[in-house]
Design a protein around this ligand. Structure first.
Ligand code: LER
Ligand code: MN
Length: 271
């Protein structure tokens, strides 16, 4: 398994659960100094991502690009994949699609978390799920052109009413025969929604594509009460070799959260 830490490039998401907020170069430098394998970046758009000098920062720091978040499409631009307005939905698909191309060029997958949206207004749950299936199908196919997957992230009930539990999402992807989409298991959301976090990870097996390494209170692992030992054992049993990416609040500081995240990663993955 590999370690990663989040860098947010969106001032509007300053209060969000991301470790570094002071630019790409400073974030990559700190991540490399602490010994992370990779970084997960939350850009404002595909153009902003490309213009951020990301390729140069990764090369200079020797870090891998673990994943790219698409949530600014919602946080900043108020787009989502199940929006009642078809024009906004189309913009949402194109916002994520352009990120899929830019991230794909750098060998990384894109995350669909808050961009999935919710069923609301005149959009019934059935309609929202049909829209989600179409969008994931199209974006998975686009990612495949780069030899990548898209990462679909079930969120807790306060953030989405689509899928809150991992196994429900796996069943949905299978029922719709959606290819090139894997699960993002965020341990913070799972702590709220799952009865048996380790058991669910084991049951999801090869569907698991990425992990957000966050404790029960959304601080670095070790600062809350999630028992990560059995979770890491389950990841080992399913042969997971992907990233454990620290998507947590910069509490008490970015550096302290990053240090605690890499130390907990080493403690739980060694041996
Ligand atoms: C949102 O709560 C979250 O976990 C992010 O990874 C989604 O973009
Ligand atoms: Mn997450």
């Amino acid at each position: 398994m590999q370690s990663a830490v989040t860098i947010c490039l969106v001032p509007e998401a300053r209060q969000g659960p991301f470790v570094f907020h002071d630019g790409l170069e400073a974030g990559c430098r700190a991540a490399a100094e602490l010994g992370f394998d990779g970084v997960e970046i939350f850009p404002d758009s595909a153009a902003g991502f490309e213009g951020s000098g990301v390729a140069g920062c990764l090369a200079a720091s020797g870090l891998a690009l673990a994943a790219v978040g698409s949530g600014a499409g919602w946080v900043k631009h108020k787009l989502h994949l199940c929006h009642p307005d078809p024009t906004v939905r189309a913009e949402a698909v194109s916002f994520v699609g352009e990120l899929v191309d830019r991230a794909g060029d750098l060998g990384a997958p894109v995350i669909i978390g808050s961009m999935q949206g919710r069923s609301e207004g005149d959009v019934t749950r059935e309609q929202a799920l049909a829209l989600l299936a179409d969008a994931l199908d199209a974006l998975g196919a686009r990612a495949a052109r780069h030899g990548q997957v898209v990462l679909y992230e079930p969120l807790n009930r306060y953030e989405s009413n689509l899928f809150n539990r991992q196994a429900d999402a796996v069943e949905f992807l299978g029922a719709h025969r959606i290819a090139n989409v894997k699960l993002l298991c965020d341990l913070f959301h799972m702590n709220i929604e799952e009865a048996d976090m380790a058991g669910v990870i084991e049951a999801c097996g090869s569907a698991v594509g990425h992990v957000h390494w966050a404790d029960s209170n959304r601080q670095a692992i070790g600062c809350g009460h999630t028992a990560v030992g059995p979770i890491v054992d389950a990841l080992r049993r399913i042969g997971y070799h992907g990233f454990l990416s620290a998507e947590v609040f910069p509490a008490p500081t970015s550096l302290a959260a990053a240090r605690q995240s890499i130390e907990s990663f080493r403690t739980f993955t060694k041996g």
